[in-house]
Design a protein around this ligand. Structure first.
Ligand SMILES: Cc1ncc(COP(=O)(O)O)c(C=O)c1O
Length: 443
């Protein structure tokens, strides 16, 4: 195709890359051309161990046969069916399969194409749910500082990322934020969840509810573990208490499980790990093992049924995407869930977590390391920023890691890792061993 159009992959100017330092990248491109199981291969033939499951999404490892076959088969059999007022069987099958692995009570599924769209969908469901029940005054949405809920306007409004708020403003009105769950100086080098702090953090939610009055608040949205802003783990009891407070005030609780869903913390969803059932779960990424874009929102029957009123020919929820439940994505999702089931991957993280934790914390004491955090198969190593040049030290670690044959991810000066759930102990040794050597060489 590229020959026919007379363009070469060496011309890198046309593609304005997402969340990328474009000028730096295009001077020294880092290209992957092939992947299998735990590894990528670069355009110059080097093997790179995947320490991040792509972007927290390839939970079953790369190019898994069942998923590859299902995609090819579906693309040949029926590529697309209209998503509105028409259906196809696989979208229904996948919804049933999702409900089967979801926490009890989350019985209905809305599809999207990404995590960002799933967030927008959940926020709209929350607002509309209160409206159809005659509580339209509940228009406020509460998020959290350092929360990441994708890149669309709803998500960046409830999210708590300074650059987003500075560059794009927050179009949603009536949004407020709880404090984030990271307390530097109090919880460095904690393994998993820390013992204390939940009450202090949540007294802020009580304050917000008192300020605005519960009758104006539609929903609270949080990531059970904040990932993109550097792996911020809540203290013990935090999410349970959050559930109690929201329930008491009739406020919906949305868990954004775009990265924590599908086995990342050793259970199918983080809701299972923390023993807390929200009113909605937002998911994406691992839903199709990163192969075909797809997101979903799981909702309770109580929410779903509130919409199923009025004349039957009328659309109950005025929302959806051309590609909601796309046949190829649905086939990929079904084969992904089968692969997770066949190989016990939704709980494998729990088996590997102790080894992962031990290996990660062995980095303590290396130059510039000021904190290490972990839960399930998530890990973060926070580096002291270079004075006056924040993010530079971690970015340099990222580039050196790529050159040394490991893929890590950085956010600010934090190295975040989230390997495929098929990882073996030997891979952990390689990943952490190489990272240790790199940390020793950083300026
Ligand atoms: C918690 C969370 N929500 C939403 C998103 C956005 O997902 P997407 O990039 O698929 O739009 C992400 C992406 O990393 C995420 O981590």
């Amino acid at each position: 195709m590229s020959n026919r159009l007379n363009v070469t992959p060496n011309d890198l100017s046309a593609f304005w890359m997402p969340f990328t330092a474009n000028r730096q990248f295009k001077k020294a491109p880092r290209m992957f051309v092939r992947a299998k199981d735990m590894h990528y291969w670069t355009s110059d033939g080097r093997e790179v161990l995947d320490g991040t499951a792509g972007l927290w999404c390839v939970n079953a490892g790369h190019c898994r046969p069942k998923i590859v076959e299902a995609i090819a088969e579906q693309a040949g059999e029926m590529d697309y069916a209209p998503a509105f007022q028409m259906g196809h069987p696989k979208a229904f099958e996948l919804a049933n399969a999702l409900v089967n692995i979801a926490p009890e009570g989350l019985n209905h599924v809305l599809y999207t194409n990404s995590g960002s769209e799933a967030v927008e969908t959940a926020l709209k469901v929350a607002l509309a749910y209160h409206r159809v029940r005659g509580e339209g005054a509940r228009f406020r949405l509460i998020g959290r500082e350092r929360g990441y809920h994708g890149v669309n306007f709803g998500g960046i409004s409830v999210g708590g990322i300074v650059t987003n708020r500075k560059m794009f403003g927050t179009l949603l009105t009536g949004v407020d934020h709880m404090p984030h769950t990271h307390t530097p100086g109090k919880n460095q080098f904690t393994r998993g969840e820390r013992e204390t702090g939940a009450d202090d953090l949540l007294s802020e939610l009580e304050r917000i509810v008192t300020l605005h009055d519960a009758s104006t608040i539609a929903a609270v949205i949080v990531e059970p573990v904040a990932g993109s802003t550097g792996v911020l783990i809540p203290p013990k009891g935090y999410l349970k208490k959050l559930r109690e407070i929201t329930k008491k005030h009739g406020i919906l609780l949305i868990f954004d499980e775009v990265i924590t869903g599908f086995g990342r913390v050793g259970t199918p969803f983080a809701a299972d790990y923390f023993g807390v059932t929200p009113d909605m779960i937002v998911c994406a990424k691992g839903l199709t093992n990163g192969t075909i874009p797809m997101g979903a929102v799981l909702v309770t029957s109580e929410i779903h049924d509130a919409f199923m009123q009025g004349p039957e020919h009328v659309i109950e929820f005025f929302h959806g995407y051309t590609y909601s439940g796309n046949p190829v994505a649905s086939a990929a999702g079904l084969a992904t869930l089968e692969t997770y089931k066949d190989e016990g991957l939704l709980t494998r993280g729990a088996e590997m977590a102790p080894y992962w934790e031990e290996a990660l914390h062995s980095l303590r004491g290396l130059p510039h390391v000021i904190d290490i955090r972990n839960l399930g198969l998530i890990g973060a190593v926070e580096l002291e920023p270079i004075a006056g040049s924040p993010t530079k030290r971690a970015f340099s670690a990222f580039v050196k890691a790529f050159e040394a044959g490991i893929l890590i991810r950085t956010t600010g000066d934090i190295i975040a890792m989230s390997p495929p759930l098929i990882i073996e102990k030997s891979h952990i040794d390689t990943l952490i061993g190489k990272l240790a050597e790199i940390l020793k060489t950083l300026d």
